[in-house]
Write a protein of this length. Structure first.
Length: 472
């Protein structure tokens, strides 16, 4: 992606500007961001600041570190190095992440401590070991042969050679996706508060996209805002349902049909760019922007990827819609049937299918919905759970458009202000399972028949009975 021009005071648009030309230009910048990396990241190298330093990040369970000592090697990431016998030639090291928050920068691994520390080191003191432009491997192999080895397969002797040459450590691209450093010198470190660290990582991500904090705030300020307001009659009735329990399902369904009837969308809505997703979810984007790829194609660096067939629980990101009118799909690890697990990342769309454990399952929690319908704060609970299917956004969009014109698919909705379950918008019936579900923006589609044969689990409701009776 080409670098965007930075304009105005403080290298960015001011968030209080009302110039429609500036606003339009800023909106176009975000709409045009469809890659979260640029050409320089094809073979990434650590970012070096104006003083010639590389920033290193270390995680630990210890909450009061002032330095990181390599002699404690093996006591960090649980199960990684603690029980490994490296032999007498081993040079102990401490591990650090590089360019945390940037595409292809280091992402924290599971098992690392919760306390985060940073330090800086001169770029010239770290050796790009994978490139080995000084051919230090020749000397390392000679040392390995003298020790009875065929060659320096594990890099044990390379560390000795580099240490003798005056290097403090090495950097490399771990697994093709994470920049990491191994340092064999004790370094002084400074603690970072979680909030400060998150903001710093988000600034790194913005910098990699050539946008500024001011541009993000301007974009958000000029986006349409939305609210999920409950009709006052329904809100009053919901409180009676919760407190007095004197409102039947029939009475509630009649009120919903009168004051907040279910309406299908009927078309694929505007799909946000990755730049617009970044502006909408801000620091949450650090979890990863998901770019599904066609099966058997190589994964693209700089994006979060979901393995084909992984069981996930997608849902819509409501704050992104209410605050910036942007439809973003949040993809979770599965947890309980009515509550999603940790966030995996954020996507433009999601397709999930049946797996060996069964069909896609829709969550069902009337109690949570009832409390929200009385005016209590919303929280994530409405999810559908199934096996992730990797396909491009263009493929998903086309299949969604075809599904809208097919009798095998139905449009599905879930609004806790109405009901505590997913429902078929056309009929008001409750849907519990389906062999395949597509979420693209606010449009949620479920397959209910194949060649005319039912394949979904559907139940009648008080609302669907009212619709049926009205047509008789």
């Amino acid at each position: 992606m080409p670098k965007q021009c930075r304009m105005g005071r403080e290298n960015g648009f001011q968030p209080d500007t009302k110039d429609p030309v500036v606003i339009a230009l800023n909106n176009k910048i975000f709409a045009d961001i469809e890659d979260i990396e640029n050409g320089s990241l094809t073979q990434p190298t650590p970012t070096v600041d104006d003083e010639g330093n590389i920033t290193l990040t270390h995680w630990s369970e210890e909450g009061n570190l002032t330095n990181v000592d390599p002699s404690y090697y093996g006591k960090g990431l649980q199960g990684s190095n603690a029980n490994t016998n490296r032999g007498k030639n081993f040079v102990p090291f401490s591990s650090y992440g590089i360019d945390v928050g940037r595409p292809r920068g280091y992402s924290k691994e599971a098992g690392l401590g919760k306390n985060r520390y940073t330090t800086k080191i001169k770029a010239g003191r770290l050796y790009a070991v994978s490139k080995d432009r000084e051919n230090f491997h020749v000397k390392a192999d000679e040392m390995a042969k003298q020790a009875g080895e065929v060659k320096d397969y594990n890099g044990l002797f390379m560390a000795q050679v580099l240490k003798e040459a005056g290097y403090a450590g090495v950097w490399a691209l771990k697994g093709g996706t994470n920049l990491q450093a191994s340092i064999w010198e004790t370094l002084e470190v400074s603690p970072e508060k979680v909030r400060d660290a998150t903001q710093a990582d988000f600034e790194n991500l913005m910098d990699s996209l050539s946008v500024t904090q001011n541009q993000v705030e301007l974009w958000r300020r000029n986006r349409k805002k939305n609210e999920f307001l409950q009709h006052p009659v329904l809100k009053k009735l919901a409180k009676r349902r919760l407190e007095n329990k004197d409102v039947s399902d029939q009475m509630w369904a009649e009120a919903v049909l009168k004051f907040d009837p279910i309406t299908p969308i009927g078309a694929v809505q505007e799909i946000p760019s990755f730049g617009e997703m970044l502006g909408a979810i801000k620091g949450k984007a650090l979890k990863g922007l998901i770019k599904p790829v066609e099966q058997f194609k190589s994964k693209e660096p700089g994006y979060a990827m979901v393995p084909e067939g992984k069981v996930v629980s997608p849902r819509l990101d409501i704050p992104a819609y209410t605050r910036t009118n942007t439809w973003v799909v949040t993809v979770h690890e599965p947890d309980t049937p009515s509550r999603p697990g940790p966030v995996i990342g954020y996507a433009k769309s999601a397709t999930v299918v049946s797996d060996r454990s069964g069909p896609v399952k829709f969550s069902d929690n009337p109690e949570h919905s009832l409390r929200i319908s009385t005016g209590e704060a919303k929280f994530p609970f409405a999810v559908f759970t199934g096996a992730w299917k990797n396909e491009s956004i263009d493929s998903t969009k086309k299949r969604a458009q075809d599904a809208l014109n097919s009798g095998d698919w139905v449009e599905v909705g879930m609004n806790p202000n109405r009901f505590g379950y997913f429902y078929i918008k056309k009929t008001g019936q409750k849907i519990l399972t389906s062999p395949e579900v597509i979420q693209i923006g606010p449009l949620l589609l479920a397959r209910i028949t194949i060649d005319g044969q039912p394949v979904a689990t559907i139940e009648d409701t008080a609302y669907s009975q009212l619709l049926t009776n009205s047509l008789q």
